[in-house]
Design a protein around this ligand. Structure first.
Ligand code: EPU
Length: 420
């Protein structure tokens, strides 16, 4: 198992380029199941989660070839429509093959994803939306067994106790592309990744309007063809580099950034005293030593993303005063707190809120996290900690950050991967 060894104290400086979005690429790859003819998806990051999705799609009859950052996909057989538990268990985004399989192959068997380190993560809204389109879905041996001879357009409200659902919106939107008539999704997720998927589907011949807003309208069509699409830049990777630049008092130009997808993150950074400037598709992030505290609540897009909560917490651990971070999407997503305490941070949890009292310095320590973003937060803390930080279980990071340590090293971090 690999770990990262980080020697803290280096100021990050230079240029780093953001990869394609993991959370855009995963549902887009699943949507290729709907195509008749070849599909090319460009700017696909090389990550463990993408490898898992490619393996799953191959098991469902797709032929897939990688050329650099581009994936060439063609559906060769529709004989198998079973996404097995062993695959779904490894990566929850596997659940987004359910909508495409149901729409295209009229039947699907997809293992029900379990919980994970960040919470219970139900899929009731996915099921509800697909049932409203006319699918019959039963649970059998832990699998969702779905069938529909013909899906029919419907009005579907997708709000849940924590707001909208990203992959649930994706699943219903994908299924509705081939349904008879018009589907309206209300309380749809507005994330840029949903909009990217809709753009991809429209290039395939779908008729979707309103993606990126809470109301998406889909006019069903008879068939979808292959297309050529470039995935948007990863806003969470970009935000993670912003936090790394800020915490090290650095001066980093982050290339291939969609700042319009990141306004909540940029706003919070500016509020705590970090400079973020826009320059031709790049963001220049620099910071002076004094960081102000801030109160932050995670929300669905365009609010502050839950996927940036842990990384921001590392930064606020060095602010001059008390910050309050409230997690409204996954109330238990605080795996990083106990590990940050090991590095000398002062954090008190009160329900879904963490009160972070800034300290003067962080101290290197062996730490470990069991989720992707929490691991990134620990690396960020390690970049500024006194002495050495060992971040164990790097496979979590490899699921979602392409060449993370290589990119950090290129901008001056002292970080290396060690194989135990
Ligand atoms: N929810 C329900 N019922 C459902 C679906 C969701 O109650 O049927 C709840 C969830 O438990 C959660 C909230 O609704 O409290 C939002 O969950 P959502 O469905 O939006 O999450 P997701 O689509 O499963 C995606 C990202 C996550 C990201 C969330 C929220 C992908 C592959 N995953 O998950 O990304 O945290 O949206 O923005 O797109 C990550 O990249 O590290 C990651 C976890």
């Amino acid at each position: 198992m690999d770990k990262f060894v980080v020697n803290g104290g280096n100021r990050l400086k230079g240029d780093v380029t953001v990869s394609g979005s993991k959370n855009s690429a995963l549902p887009i790859l699943a949507a290729a199941l709907l195509a008749e003819g070849p599909t090319v998806v460009r700017n696909v990051p090389e990550l463990e989660d993408i490898v898992a999705m490619v393996d799953l799609l191959r098991s469902l009859g797709c032929e897939i070839r990688r050329e650099g950052k581009d994936l060439h996909i063609e559906v060769r057989s529709e004989a198998h429509s079973h996404a097995e538990y062993d695959r779904v268990r490894k990566m929850r985004a596997s659940v987004c093959v359910l909508g495409p399989l149901l729409a295209k192959r009229k039947a699907a068997r997809v293992a029900m994803p379990g919980g994970c380190a960040i919470g219970s993560r139900p899929v009731d809204l996915h099921i509800r939306g697909l049932r409203l389109l006319g699918a019959e879905i039963e649970l059998d041996s832990g699998d969702m067994v779905a069938a529909a001879s013909r899906l029919r357009g419907a009005e579907i409200f997708l709000g849940g106790p924590f707001g909208s659902t990203v992959l649930g919106t994706d699943n219903v939107m994908m299924a509705a592309t081939l349904a008879e008539g018009t589907t309206v999704i209300e309380c749809a997720a507005c994330e840029p990744e949903v909009e990217d998927l809709a753009n991809f589907l429209n290039k395939m011949g779908a008729r979707i309007t309103g993606a990126g807003t809470p109301r998406i309208t889909i006019q069903g069509v008879e068939k979808l063809t292959g297309c050529d699409h470039t995935v948007i830049p990863d806003r969470i990777e970009a935000g993670t580099f912003m936090m790394a630049a800020a915490i090290t008092n650095g001066d980093v130009t982050i290339r291939n950034v969609r700042l319009d997808h990141m306004m909540a993150v940029v706003d919070r950074l500016r509020e705590v005293g970090v400079s973020v400037e826009r320059s031709n598709g790049s963001a220049i992030v620099s910071s002076a030593r004094h960081l102000q505290p801030a109160d932050v609540t995670t929300q669905p897009y365009p609010g502050f993303p839950t996927d940036m909560q842990a990384q921001l917490m590392s930064l606020l651990c060095l602010a001059d005063g008390n910050s309050a971070i409230t997690e409204k999407i996954y109330p238990d997503r605080f795996m990083h707190v106990a590990e940050l305490l090991r590095m000398g941070c002062n954090i008190r949890k009160e329900g879904p809120t963490a009160i972070v009292t800034g300290v003067k310095k962080l101290i290197g320590a062996p730490v470990m996290a069991s989720d992707l973003r929490a691991s990134a937060a620990l690396v960020i803390a390690g970049l500024v900690a006194k002495g050495q930080t060992m971040v164990n279980r790097v496979y979590h990071l490899d699921r979602g950050y392409e060449s993370f340590e290589v990119k950090l090293r290129e901008i001056g971090a002292d970080i290396r991967r060690v194989n135990e």
